[in-house]
Design a protein around this ligand. Sequence first.
Ligand SMILES: Cc1cc2nc3c(=O)[nH]c(=O)nc-3n(C[C@H](O)[C@H](O)[C@H](O)COP(=O)(O)OP(=O)(O)OC[C@H]3O[C@@H](n4cnc5c(N)ncnc54)[C@H](O)[C@@H]3O)c2cc1C
Length: 399
Amino acid sequence: MAHLLFTIHHSPLPIHYHYIIAGAGCAGSSLLMRMMQEDFFRDKKILVLDHSTKNSNDRTWCFWEKEAGLFESIVYHRWPILQFYSDSFSRELSIEPYQYKMIRGIDLYDHVRRMSAQHPNIEWRNETVKKVETGTSHACVFTDQHAYQAAYVFNSIPFRDVQTPPSRENSKAYYLLQHFKGWLIETPGDHFDAGKATFMDFRVSQEKGVAFFYVLPVSPRKALVEYTLFTEQLLPEEMYDVALREYISSHLQLSDYSVQHTEFGVIPMTNLRFPLQEGRVVFTGIAGGQAKGSSGYAFRFIQKRTAAIVDSLVHKNSVDLRETTADKKFRLYDSVLLHVLHHRKMAGSEVFSRIFQHNPPQRVLRFLDNETTLWEDLQIMRSVPTGIFLPAAIRELGS
Ligand SMILES: Cc1cc2nc3c(=O)[nH]c(=O)nc-3n(C[C@H](O)[C@H](O)[C@H](O)COP(=O)(O)OP(=O)(O)OC[C@H]3O[C@@H](n4cnc5c(N)ncnc54)[C@H](O)[C@@H]3O)c2cc1C
């Protein structure tokens, strides 16, 4: 990534912008949305690049939040109560002041596009990015059509398949896949309580690794039912459908329903270190390691990083992202849990059951958000067996 090489054939001279956002999914759109809220960017030329027109509902984001968030106006549904189920522990959890919120991908993409139409300084191009490079004072993006240059490039394009672990420069790194298939189902009569969401239901086979369902009712007749696993390999395609059918029949006790929409996803769950920034290229989203290693949740982490980037540009006119002590602490915790899951020292269902059983849900949510104090961390740690977690922590500290 050292030098700028303008080798693209179509356009020998790069086109200049102040900032380039490469990838307009969750991270790119969130960053753009935040930039549009600040006067600082009004006179800055911003290019947004994505190879997709983003006109399908390719995913649904759920996350918890206390306050009104950046995308409050497009929150599709929200729940103040979560349900947790496992063979050893089940409970209804009132999470106030948090709410568990759902945003549909298509609503977010449309919303950001609509807002950006009022900003003549923002340009969208539907191109495939081939390469992103940094120089000393600029960064460059090469697409299938042009070369572009900007003071900063904010990249959320992974440039590799998430299902393939990168070469193991650190043999102690874990690389699990969180994979899930969801069905939005509709019933002919009222069946669901749209005020409660099933956050995790572990009462399913744990033979292949950590496996659970979640059920997100958006009305008395509609719910997103999703089968989620943390394993090293994906399942054969038909197995997700078999499990969904079985869960809907035995746990939701439904035989009469139609599938309105399906979604499938794979997210890395790893303690591998992703680059935050290489010179003038700043990484965001999954490509910037923002899926939490032990949970796969990324939406809130993406919001925090994009907010930090915009704040830094507005106040310092530069970006210099560095890992904080708190980041390191939570990366260690993620590594410990990945260690326990990878080596199957304790079932994931049991780990989550104990944590939810012995802590207020608000503390658990803060912990999963990397926002707990050391005292709160110790309370969480007291919930799981020291004989398993302490040796794992010592191993991970030494690696
Ligand atoms: C189905 C699904 C459901 C999820 N649900 C949740 C959830 O409920 N809560 C949560 O916290 N996290 C969730 N995640 C994890 C995470 O929040 C999402 O993956 C999120 O979209 C990541 O944002 P991103 O910007 O990194 O990637 P993306 O949103 O995937 O954006 C990357 C963009 O880059 C574009 N792109 C890729 N390659 C190129 C190229 N070569 N040239 C140009 N453009 C390119 C893509 O078209 C895309 O628009 C989910 C993930 C998936 C897949």
